[in-house]
Each structure stands twice: as structure tokens, then as C-alpha cells.
Design a protein. Structure first.
Length: 679
């Protein structure tokens, strides 16, 4: 008698199927439409749902959810994994003797690391069109993707026989008792079938991929296993999607991102530069630093209104302080340390080599502000009546980021945070976090950002007791709920294992104008650092108690936030932030005097204004100031001088407006008022 398995479906129904049946069989039994649309399956045999191949048999009674293209996250992961395999198959078909290694899916595509045969040079961009065409040929062939379980020894022998030294090396290190799977592209044993070692899962066949929904993007060097002492491989990158529409949208986003690149716009707008003499530190030009100053003034007003008191703490602190706080053990390799005495010199005079004396003690440039804020809090005796105490600092920090990780304003070594720490009682934590949520919300809305809120939970390696972590995580949940943000409208999500080593944290992920997300603001509920640095207050009972320390920032760092703003607005910053808010440009030299008067009246109204009196055609001036992203150009000629008017050209507007000077000043003054000062 045939054994029957009970398969539970999402609609609550249960189907009985013969042992050996697959999710694909159930899809076909439900209907031809679903059979065609099904890509994979989530199968739960009682120990948790697992994404599986559609044609992999059930192993017993199970719960089943079929995956289609509507399940976009799963479908994209599967498709990109398959594109990577098709890429490797195509390269080996075109150039026999190519060795393959590994090829995972990525956030927006896939890659595969390969080694070209000895008979040719490493692969280059010139090879990509031929590889793409071969990939499309494999996809159109609709080759089945067939899973098999092999023994470790059989796999090693296969790779060695095929000259796949990298795959053989990896297979030899796998545990002997581990179930090893391979996937065939094509029926096993048939001519043209191709094999790779992979855990899967995969789509049912290559034909489930859209041949018009991928593009190979670039090649790069990569070392086997990421070790520069190993063989150098070629990494071929591609982007892969479910359909051509998604691909086109992604390529458009890439083009738009390149157009908005803050490094490019920073040069064009003369905002800042970076150079070898100060790796990872920014040289701010007058125009760029004006943006900084406006942001700093804005944030000071917001923090003052929210009850923060601003302080300033040292850049250098004794390494022993960082050891006590726990940062030295976690971040020492990312910190800059210096001796605290004048070094001895080997030799005399100019060019003598410095040598640190053996007895030197060490200081470290601060990578964060929190230990210094604890030291300020500890000065004197603090009563519970004084809490909460909110200490803010525009704190300059240094972190020794690797050269290869540096990226314009987005990843630097010297940065300034809009940092603050709130010292409060246990009973005050939820309200303080709720108030911060409201403050952060008001800031992000002033800049026009939408955002998601996420809770990063305890990591595997951490300080503090489980009870303290339980309490700290729940406090953040409660605060977000009280702020009305723990819902789908705010993209509420919990992230297991992603908290700091000393505290869970709420994260604000901004969405920019082209759909990218940026993690900026954060607040962390910390009971570890006050204990390690012996911070205390006198409670109502007359005894010493540990305060809870809330670490919080909204911009994150000024450098990165300015980079985000430049890209979000494509350089067309809101008028209140624009370094130069208006330029008065003349058509004829007879209007020079009137242009000067217009500029003086604008400046008196608080507008940052310049004049352009050059003997150039007005179209040349318009084009130049448009490229510099000046928001408003006030064009004046003989007629405007006689009538007391200006021709107002607004960046991005199709037509100019002729206004009286008084009207123009009123319009610009209203627009140039920072959002927190508007009535």
C-alpha cells in the first residue's frame, strides 16, 4: 500500500499525496497556471520553513507555500543565484579550460570568480558581450536544473579529473559526513550537461530566467579565498532581475546615482576636496563649509529647544580610559594611538628619525564621544532631581578606516557627529526615547525624507547581563510604540544580532529621491558603560544608583549627511541650505550700479548673494550658474534698472518671472528661512 503524506497549504487545506511527491506535483494538481508560475517552495517538515527546489521530494508530512514571482525577495534571490551559474557555464562553454570557484547572489545581482585558461589573458570588459550572448543561449535552451546528492570523495575525484583545482581543494575540506549536493544544467549524463557544486535551491530550469533581464557590468581582480597570497582570479559582476522592466529601472537608478554622485557635484559646485596628504579627511571649501554651518546652526537650535546642553571634550584621551570603557578591546585596530611624550630622535638635526621612548605612555584620538561624556557627568555629585541630563557635542572623531573602504564624504577617517548622551533613571528611559523619536521625525521631515525604523538586537558577543539586555530591548520597543512608529507605515522591523556590543539600538533608515536607503540616526539604551566607568547619581533613597545612558545622533555625521543631501537633491539644495542663494547678473554694463544696489538690499534681507558683472553674454552666465546649482538668478538690464524690477530665473524652472525688487526680496526671504524658524 502506497504511503500517503499530508501536505498543509496556506489556505488551511490539506492534501494527501503519495510518498515521493514534490511541490511541483502539488502545483500541477492545483492548476496549470500555478504550475507554470511556481518557481520554488517553502517547505516545513516541523523544524522551520526551508526554501527548496520545486522538484525536490517531500520527506514526510509538511507545510507548503509555493513561491512565485509575486514573492519578490525569494524570487530575486533564486534568479540571481541561477544567473551566476549560467554565467559560469557560459564562460566554460566559450573558453574550455576555465576554472570556476564560487558565484553568489548579491543585493542587486550576482558575480562569479573564475580563472582564465593558460592559453589566454585574464577576462576583460571586452569579453562581456560574448558571455552575455552565450548566457542568453543557455537560458533559451530551457535546460532543467537537476539536484543530486554526491559523496565527498566522488566530488573530489570529479573536480580533479576536470582540472578544477579550486573546487577540489574546497571539496576536500568539507566534513565527510556533510550532505553534498551538485546541480546539473541539463539532464545528468546527456551531452551538453554542465555541473556545479552548490547547496541550492535553484529554479526548475534555466528557462525560468528572463534572457532580457540581466546585464554583465564589470570585471575586477579577486584572490582565491580573499587571500592576496593565493592565486588571482577574475570576478565577473552582473545585475539580474525578474523582467526587463526591473532591469531598465535599475540601470536608470545607476545612471541617476552617477549623475548625483556627491564627489562629482562637490567638484562642480566647489564644495570640498580630498587628497593623499590627508587620507580620509575632508578639505572644506567656503561654499561647502557654508552648508556645514547652516546645518550646525539648525541642529543647535533643535537641540537647545529639546533641552540639551552643549559641551566640548578633548580629542586625545589616555589609552587606559579606552581600556576601561571596553573600546580598546573592540576597536583598537581602528583607533589612532600616539605617545604622550616628545619622542627621542635618532641622530641630530634635520631629517633625524623619530623614535618613541620605551617609557612612553599612550594616548588615543577618540573614535567616539561617549566615554568623555561620562567623565563630564561624573564631575560633582548628581541628584536624581537633576535627571535627565542631556549632554550634546558637535564632536570631532577619528577612526582608522582602511584606505580601500574610504569613499568621498560617505566613509571618512575624520568626522563630526551631532552627538549627545542622555543620562536618566530607569523610569525615564521610555519617555526619553519617545521624545527622541519625535525630535528625529521633525528633523527628517524638515529635509523631506521618509524613513523606516528598525531595532537592532543583542549580538552574539556582548557585555552586560541577559536581564539588562531584555530590559533595554523592551524599553526601545515600548518607546517606539508610544511614538506611534511600531507599524508598517514606518517600516518597523527587528534585526537579530545587529546591536552594538554594549546596547541594542534603534536605527533610522532614510529613503532618498531615487529610492536608496541610508542608515543615519540611532539611539542606544546602554547600562554597560555607566557601570564600567563608575557613573552614578544619588537616588531618592540617598543611595548611589547607576544611570541609564542613551547614546543618540540624528545626522550621524555631518560629512556623510551632507553627502546624502547633495545626492538626494542632486546638488539643488533647498534655498536655506544653498551656499550661494542668489546671483545678480547683468545683461549690459549700464546695469552694474543697479545690480550692486539689488545685491545690497538682498544681503540686508539675509540672502547670501553674489553679483556677476562680467562682460559675458547672459546665456553664458545663466549656464555657468546653473551648473553651479545656484537656486536663483536675478537678471537685470537697462529696462529692469529703469523700472526697479528683476527677471527671476529659478533653477529647474522653464520660464523666468519679472517681479518688482520688493516682491523678489520677499519671495526669497520666505524661501530662505530655515524650516524650524518658519511660522
Amino acid at each position: 500500500m502506497t504511503e500517503l503524506l499530508k501536505i498543509s497549504l496556506p489556505d488551511g487545506s490539506v492534501r494527501e499525496v503519495p510518498a515521493g511527491s514534490t511541490p511541483g506535483d502539488i502545483a500541477a494538481a492545483i492548476g496549470p497556471g500555478l504550475a507554470k508560475a511556481a518557481l520554488a517552495a517553502r517547505v516545513d517538515h516541523g523544524s522551520g520553513a526551508e526554501l527548496r527546489d520545486l522538484n525536490r521530494p517531500f520527506e514526510g508530512d509538511a507545510a507548503l507555500a509555493l513561491v512565485t514571482s509575486r514573492d519578490e525577495a525569494d524570487a530575486l534571490e533564486l534568479a540571481r543565484h541561477d544567473y551566476a551559474h549560467v554565467l559560469a557555464e557560459a564562460v566554460q562553454a566559450l573558453w574550455p579550460g576555465t576554472q570556476i570557484t564560487f558565484g553568489p547572489a548579491t543585493d542587486d545581482g550576482f558575480y562569479y570568480d573564475v580563472m582564465a585558461p593558460a592559453t589566454r589573458d585574464p577576462f576583460s570588459m571586452d569579453d562581456l558581450p560574448a558571455i552575455e550572448e552565450k548566457m542568453r543561449e543557455i537560458i533559451r535552451a530551457d535546460k532543467p536544473l537537476v539536484r543530486e546528492v554526491w559523496s565527498r570523495q566522488r566530488l573530489i575525484e570529479k573536480w580533479r579529473a576536470d582540472g578544477e583545482t579550486f573546487k577540489a581543494e574546497w571539496a576536500a575540506e568539507l566534513p565527510e559526513n556533510e550532505e553534498l549536493t551538485v546541480y546539473h544544467s541539463g539532464q545528468p549524463g546527456e551531452e551538453g550537461a554542465w555541473l556545479d557544486m552548490c547547496r541550492g535551491p535553484h529554479l526548475p530550469s534555466t528557462g525560468k530566467l528572463d534572457p532580457a533581464a540581466f546585464k554583465l557590468m564589470r570585471v575586477a581582480g579577486a584572490y582565491w579565498r580573499g587571500d592576496q597570497n593565493n592565486a588571482q582570479l577574475t570576478r565577473i559582476y552582473g545585475t539580474g532581475w525578474l523582467n526587463r522592466k526591473q532591469l531598465d529601472a535599475h540601470l536608470h537608478r545607476l545612471e541617476e546615482a552617477a549623475r548625483r554622485d556627491h564627489r562629482k557635484l562637490g567638484r562642480e559646485m566647489d564644495l570640498f576636496h580630498l587628497q593623499e596628504e590627508a587620507h580620509g579627511s575632508v578639505f572644506w571649501h567656503p561654499q561647502g563649509f557654508r552648508i556645514w554651518r547652516e546645518l550646525e546652526s539648525y541642529m543647535r537650535r533643535k537641540m537647545d529647544a529639546a533641552g540639551y546642553r552643549e559641551i566640548k571634550t578633548p580629542q586625545l584621551m589616555d589609552v587606559r580610559q579606552w581600556e576601561q570603557s571596553g573600546h580598546w578591546g573592540k576597536y583598537a585596530e581602528n583607533m589612532f594611538a600616539v605617545p604622550d611624550i616628545v619622542p627621542d630622535l635618532d641622530g641630530e638635526g634635520a631629517g633625524a628619525a623619530p623614535r618613541v621612548a620605551d617609557e612612553a605612555e599612550w594616548m588615543a584620538l577618540k573614535p567616539m564621544n561617549c566615554p568623555a561624556h561620562v567623565l563630564v557627568f561624573k564631575q560633582g555629585i548628581t541628584s536624581y532631581r537633576e535627571l535627565p541630563i542631556r549632554l550634546g557635542e558637535m564632536g570631532c572623531c577619528h577612526r582608522n578606516e582602511p584606505h580601500g573602504a574610504l569613499h568621498g564624504l560617505m566613509r571618512v577617517r575624520q568626522f563630526t557627529q551631532d552627538d549627545a548622551h542622555i543620562f536618566c533613571t530607569e523610569a525615564q528611559v521610555v519617555e526619553e526615547v519617545r521624545a527622541f523619536c519625535a525630535l528625529a521625525d521633525s528633523v527628517y521631515r524638515d529635509f523631506g525624507f521618509s524613513y523606516h525604523v528598525k531595532l537592532a538586537l543583542r549580538p552574539e558577543k556582548r557585555f552586560g547581563s541577559e536581564a539588562d539586555w531584555d530590559k533595554a530591548e523592551q524599553e526601545l520597543r515600548d518607546a517606539v510604540a508610544e511614538a506611534g512608529m511600531a507599524n508598517a507605515d514606518y517600516g518597523w522591523e527587528e534585526l537579530p544580532g545587529e546591536g552594538a556590543f554594549y546596547a541594542p539600538k534603534l536605527e533610522w533608515h532614510l529613503t532618498d529621491a531615487i529610492g536608496r536607503t541610508w542608515q543615519v540616526g540611532t539611539i542606544q539604551g546602554d547600562r554597560v558603560l555607566p557601570d564600567r566607568l563608575d557613573a552614578s547619581y544619588i537616588g531618592e533613597d540617598g543611595e548611589k544608583h547607576r544611570p541609564v545612558m542613551l547614546h543618540r545622533a540624528i545626522f550621524g555625521s555631518y560629512e556623510r549627511f551632507i553627502g546624502i543631501l547633495i545626492e538626494h537633491f542632486a546638488g539643488k539644495l533647498p534655498l536655506w541650505l544653498a551656499p550661494t542663494q542668489a546671483v545678480v547678473a547683468t545683461i549690459v554694463s549700464e546695469a552694474d550700479g543697479y545690480a550692486g544696489d539689488v545685491a545690497r538690499q538682498l544681503a540686508a534681507a539675509g540672502i547670501r548673494v553674489e553679483t556677476d558683472l562680467r562682460n559675458e553674454k547672459i546665456n553664458y552666465k545663466v549656464r555657468e550658474h546653473s551648473l553651479a546649482k545656484v537656486p536663483h538668478l536675478l537678471v537685470v538690464g537697462k529696462r529692469e534698472a529703469e523700472e526697479g524690477t528683476v527677471a527671476l530665473r529659478t533653477l529647474g524652472a522653464e520660464h523666468q518671472k519679472v517681479l518688482s525688487l520688493a516682491e523678489a526680496i520677499a519671495l526669497l526671504r520666505a524661501e530662505a528661512t530655515p524650516p524650524d524658524l518658519r511660522v
